[in-house]
Design a protein around this ligand. Structure first.
Ligand code: NAD
Length: 351
């Protein structure tokens, strides 16, 4: 059995990745997460009795802690999800984003390189450092065209600028020190366990509660949506067969305007949970002042990942969004504990 050190594995995508990886077997997971507001141990509750999951609360910027973890658990791979990830928060507090996404990733790369160099040669060959990143590093597209792995970086928000910096550091560690890195740049994710500050879970939760649905600007910003478990499958595939030093774009071939996403959620909820006063959920949509620097369109060309590694998304936007609405309806307790803050009281014992 191999061991993977996952950072940020109590967050949305990392949590799904840890659950999927342990569900499939073959890996032991050491999960290092600082438990910021975005880290939620409720997500990992199904793993309480799983001896192949070791949870450590801590910061990727903590050099001594990382050295201890690497020395004790001797991982075969590191997958770095840990990040500050919400664009709106990066506008209010960019320093936190530089601290974790840039300085923290640099620390992780330095400790990983020292550890990797000390491995026996056969284990050095198989070791991988996979850095999970975003398509937002490429900036904004006009009405046509796609981001490829060759697209020049042009980040527009403090969040994307910090992720771009971390991507450059990962690249530099491969070229300078030979660390076997892999980078994935993925489009917008949605699905179970996403913190209800991001567009899709926010809209689902507000719509379930019959509250106004705040849509930025004219609602016509376009994102390429990918169901989170398809992203997790892509990461697993890149980890397994990606070529060291390479970058792989991951996308869902599902470009949708934000307003279309919100109206789709409304229509699904009209069927599944009609409003008590008989109105349609669409009546809750309220346009609000646009986010500063709001990128107009992102769209990913994932053909390299499909061609070289045989990955393809299993969900369409329509099947994935229906699954997601159903998950939030069935997991109102998880959402309630996020919204009233009690998820932060979850203790580490047993997890
Ligand atoms: P998230 O905010 O839900 O989770 C981030 C996790 O990292 C949290 O559990 C948090 O506690 C942890 N964390 C934060 N700072 C830390 C630190 N200093 N040390 C250790 N742990 C720390 O984010 P997410 O949406 O799951 O995104 C995960 C990764 O995927 C991020 O790197 C993000 O940039 C990238 N990504 C996200 C999307 C998306 O649509 N959500 C798309 C593409 C790429």
């Amino acid at each position: 059995m191999k061991t993977v050190l996952v950072t940020g594995g109590a967050g949305f995508i990392g949590g799904n990745f840890v659950l999927d990886t342990l569900g499939q077997g073959g890996w032991r997971v050491v999960n290092l997460d600082k438990l910021t507001y975005a880290g939620n141990l409720d997500t990992l509750a199904p793993l309480r009795a799983n001896a192949d999951h070791v949870f450590v609360q801590g910061d990727i910027g903590d050099a001594a802690l990382l050295e201890k973890i690497l020395d004790e658990h001797k991982p075969d791979a590191i997958v770095n999800f840990a990040a500050e990830s919400h664009v709106d928060r990066s506008i209010d507090a960019p320093g936190d984003f530089v601290q974790t996404n840039v300085v923290g990733t640099l620390n992780l790369l330095q400790r990983a390189t020292g550890y990797w160099r000390g491995l026996p040669l056969d284990r050095q060959d198989g070791f991988r450092f996979l850095h999970v990143s975003t398509d937002e590093v490429y900036g904004s597209l006009g009405p046509v065209g796609y981001f490829t792995e060759e697209t020049a970086y042009a980040p527009n928000s403090p969040y994307s600028a910090s992720k771009a910096s971390s991507d450059h550091l990962v690249r530099a560690f491969h070229h300078t020190y030979g660390l076997p890195t892999l980078t994935t740049n993925c489009s917008n994710n949605y699905g179970p366990y996403q913190f209800p500050e991001k567009l899709i879970p926010l809209m689902i939760q507000k719509a379930i509660e019959g509250k106004p649905l705040p849509v930025y600007g004219d609602g016509r910003n376009v994102r390429d949506w990918l169901y989170v478990r398809d992203h997790c499958r892509a990461i697993a595939r890149v980890l397994e067969a990606g070529r060291p030093g390479e970058v792989y774009n991951v996308g869902g071939d599902s470009e949708r305007e934000n307003i279309h996403v919100v109206k789709t959620i409304c229509a699904l909820l009209d069927q599944r949970r009609p409003l008590a006063d008989g109105r349609r959920h669409e009546a809750l949509i309220t346009y609000v002042k646009d986010r500063p620097g709001h990128d107009r369109r992102y769209a990913i060309d994932a053909s390299k990942l499909k061609r070289e590694l045989g990955w393809a998304p299993q969900e369409t936007f329509e099947t994935g969004i229906a699954r997601t609405v159903d998950w939030y309806l069935a997991n109102q307790e998880w959402c309630g504990r996020v919204l009233d803050g009690s998820y932060r009281m979850e203790r580490l014992g047993g997890v």
